[in-house]
Ligand binder design. Structure first.
Ligand SMILES: NC(=O)c1ccc[n+]([C@@H]2O[C@H](COP(=O)([O-])OP(=O)(O)OC[C@H]3O[C@@H](n4cnc5c(N)ncnc54)[C@H](OP(=O)(O)O)[C@@H]3O)[C@@H](O)[C@H]2O)c1
Length: 324
């Protein structure tokens, strides 16, 4: 089969589109024919050796795949040939086929396209886990979403609305803000043009915001850390800006709010039952039209390097999908 292989950590352009042996289904496993692959910000960090987790070399990047079961290993009764399933995996997604544990496969609803299924686990799974289990977001609370037209950001806007929050979307240009508004954001801030902290204070009558969803880090985090409400939750998702903020803990004491870390990958492993429940809720919101993935572009698997560059260069709105 063809796959994208990272032979050594380094520049994105050094990943190879090459022939590798087909995977075989061992006991308890299935092999999928890949139909669509979600592209994620961490994929680019991983191949450059910049992610917190470093896989053994060589490896195939890619953490989310929609596919069809084409082979079944011994002892698998839950799935049959031809089933459409979703895989979330540590590595191995950027390939024509993927071997996975059958127990972790999630059946794709008939109403959902392959591309939509492939972009749900990481971006929507992260936003959902962040706002539900980590942020305990309540109806009527104010939710600020940074990078609100990106993969996790747009998901947080839609899920925040589904959970009944008042959503303030924060983006770097008007086109991105318009997308966040299309996804239901109630108020918009262009953080390249206005002072983020002052805008948040004035939009909340100086009360501050209840929950912040922050996949950006850097100066945007620093501004939000000074605009939190009493009992607020500042959710640390990631550092797309490349700047991991240093936090003065006295702010959290004086203003009585929490800084809460979010790590979706570990959540799926430590709390599989909660993860499964979240996916059921996410699929229900999808069927109700409350969750609508935005596919910016679909590219061939061979163009994975171009896709990873587009993400790193801040050019993507919503999600990119690769198709073998
Ligand atoms: N904690 C977890 O479990 C988890 C799960 C998934 C992802 N993440 C992390 O979350 C972060 C965002 O992921 P994502 O999938 O939302 O990425 P994305 O689709 O690329 O969106 C990131 C957004 O960040 C903003 N940004 C600000 N400065 C940037 C810069 N220098 N380069 C690129 N983007 C910049 C951009 O919005 P504006 O242009 O509007 O500012 C962009 O839309 C990454 O660090 C990723 O590793 C964490």
């Amino acid at each position: 089969m063809k796959a994208i292989v990272c032979n050594d950590f380094g520049p994105i352009d050094e990943i190879d589109y090459t022939e590798v042996p087909d995977p075989q289904a061992g006991p308890g496993q299935v092999v999928l024919t890949t139909k669509a692959i979600g592209v994620n910000f961490p994929d680019g960090l991983l191949v450059q050796g910049l992610y917190q987790h470093k896989p053994e070399l060589p490896f195939i990047p890619g953490i989310e795949v929609a596919g069809v079961v084409e082979a079944i290993g011994d002892g698998v009764s839950k799935l049959k040939l031809g089933d459409r399933v979703l895989a979330s995996t540590m590595t191995g997604g950027y390939a024509e086929k993927l071997c996975m544990d059958a127990a972790t496969a999630i059946t794709i609803p008939d109403v959902m396209s392959d591309a939509h299924a492939a972009v749900l686990p990481c971006a929507y799974g992260t936003a959902h886990h962040a706002l539900k289990q980590r942020g305990n977001l309540q109806p009527g609370e104010t939710l600020v979403v940074l990078g609100a037209a990106g993969g996790t950001g747009l998901a947080a806007v839609q899920i925040g609305k589904a959970m009944g929050a008042r959503v303030i979307a924060v983006c770097s240009d008007e086109e991105k803000l318009a997308l966040a508004a299309d996804s239901g954001a109630d108020e918009l801030i262009n953080y390249r043009k206005v002072d983020l902290r002052k805008s948040l204070q004035s939009m909340t009558n100086r009360r501050g915001v209840d929950v912040v969803f922050d996949p950006v880090g850097g100066e945007a985090f620093n501004q939000c850390a000074r605009a939190m409400a009493w009992n607020g939750r500042l959710l640390v998702i990631g550092f797309a800006s490349g700047d991991i903020p240093q936090f003065p803990v006295n702010l959290s004491l004086v203003k009585g709010y929490s800084v809460v870390g979010v790590f979706w990958g570990s959540f799926t492993r430590y709390q599989p039952a909660d993860y499964a429940d979240n996916m059921v809720e996410l699929f229900r919101w999808y069927e109700q039209g409350k969750v609508k993935p935005l596919i910016d572009k679909t590219l061939p698997l061979s163009s994975a390097a171009e896709a990873l560059h587009r993400v790193a260069q801040r050019k993507v709105k919503g999600k990119l999908v690769l198709v073998p």
